[in-house]
Design a protein around this ligand. Structure first.
Ligand code: C2E
Ligand code: MG
Ligand code: MG
Ligand code: MG
Length: 296
């Protein structure tokens, strides 16, 4: 195992080659094992989408949800996306998995709308990984899903990360334009963690910017984070973008974001990601519950 490999390397002094090689072997073996399990998981339907509410800060109303993937392994139980998404991405399994996510989300959008759990002008946001985004079939897959499920295209929001935007700028913009043509909403996730220049951001056909949780979590203690967050909100508005703040956990953060004209919020303070069954039970009183937690 890795500890043993490190011990051996230390014993051998400066001969670090063996250490890296062993550790890489361990990592590779782990990845291959998980890849095999992911294949089985796809066949056996071990995945589930959870939904986390997004709220309009001005009206206090529910405006939609972010769909978050969950792997419920029959023996290991819950495996977080941060563990398996990278493996799915590296192995290419993210393509069938990502398509499953998109299809499930579109079907849920239909059901939520019919049950009155999603406003007509509301949306469900789906995370798209870089490999999935650069796949030549993505636009066709999404456009087919919109027509077969019969949802409104603006009820689907697609989240891509800032780092993805830095690769193949021209093809990225072309794909974004095709998606925009379909009428779906385009969001940049985890904003502030990548390196996109403001000039570049201006050229992108996007609608929404999501401020990364790392800027929100230390508000109101960290004055720098407060400055950055308010500046990002102001800049996004100048570029005509709406802003979602991620990871809002306490009322002080909600208040600060509201004072600084942030449009939408998402976080444990408003609701954790929940299963569809939980959502059906809990979301009925959402507006009512919510306005009592934000003080109007
Ligand atoms: P993300 O897209 O930035 O999603 C937000 C993450 O923050 C979620 O973690 C969510 O549960 C968590 N979160 C939300 N509010 C709070 C809060 O108030 N406090 C804290 N501490 N955390 C909060 P999760 O569900 O573990 O997902 C992690 C990441 O995995 C996502 O980050 C996204 O990058 C990726 N991911 C999840 N589902 C999918 C998917 O269907 N496809 C792809 N490609 N990636 C996915
Ligand atoms: Mg996201
Ligand atoms: Mg995010
Ligand atoms: Mg994230």
């Amino acid at each position: 195992n890795a500890d043993l490999a490190m011990y051996r390397a230390k014993a051998r002094g400066r001969d670090n080659y063996q250490f890296f090689s062993d550790e890489m072997n361990v990592e590779l073996t782990r990845q291959l094992a998980m890849e095999a399990e992911l294949r089985i998981a796809l066949q056996q339907d071990q995945f589930e989408l959870y939904y986390q509410p997004q709220v309009d800060l001005n009206t206090g109303k529910l405006i939609g949800y972010e769909a978050l993937l969950r792997w419920i392994h029959p023996e290991k139980g819950f495996i977080p996306p941060s563990d398996f998404i990278p493996v799915a991405e590296d192995s290419g399994l993210i393509l069938p998995l990502g398509e499953w996510v998109l299809r499930s989300a579109c079907q849920h959008i239909k059901q939520f709308t019919e049950r009155g759990l999603l406003p007509k002008d509301g949306h469900v946001a789906v995370n798209i990984s870089p490999r999935q985004f650069h796949d030549a079939n993505l636009v066709t897959v999404i456009s087919d899903l919109i027509s077969t499920t019969g949802i409104e295209s603006q009820q689907l929001e697609v989240e891509i990360t800032e780092s993805l935007l830095m690769e193949n700028v021209d093809s990225t913009i072309a794909t974004l334009n095709m998606l925009k043509q379909l009428g779906i909403i385009l969001a940049i996730d985890d904003f502030g963690t990548g390196y996109s220049s403001l000039n570049y951001l201006k050229r992108l056909p996007i609608h929404v910017l999501k401020v990364d949780r790392s800027f929100v979590m230390d508000i109101p203690k960290d004055k720098d984070d407060m400055e950055i967050t308010s500046a990002v909100i102001a800049m996004a508005h100048k570029l005509g973008l709406r802003v979602v703040a991620e990871g809002v956990e306490i009322i002080e953060q909600a208040d600060f974001l509201k004072e600084n004209q942030c449009d939408f919020v998402q976080g444990y303070y408003y609701g954790k990601p929940m299963s569809v069954a939980d959502l059906y039970e809990n979301i009925r009183n959402f507006d009512q519950w919510h306005s009592s937690t934000t003080g109007g």
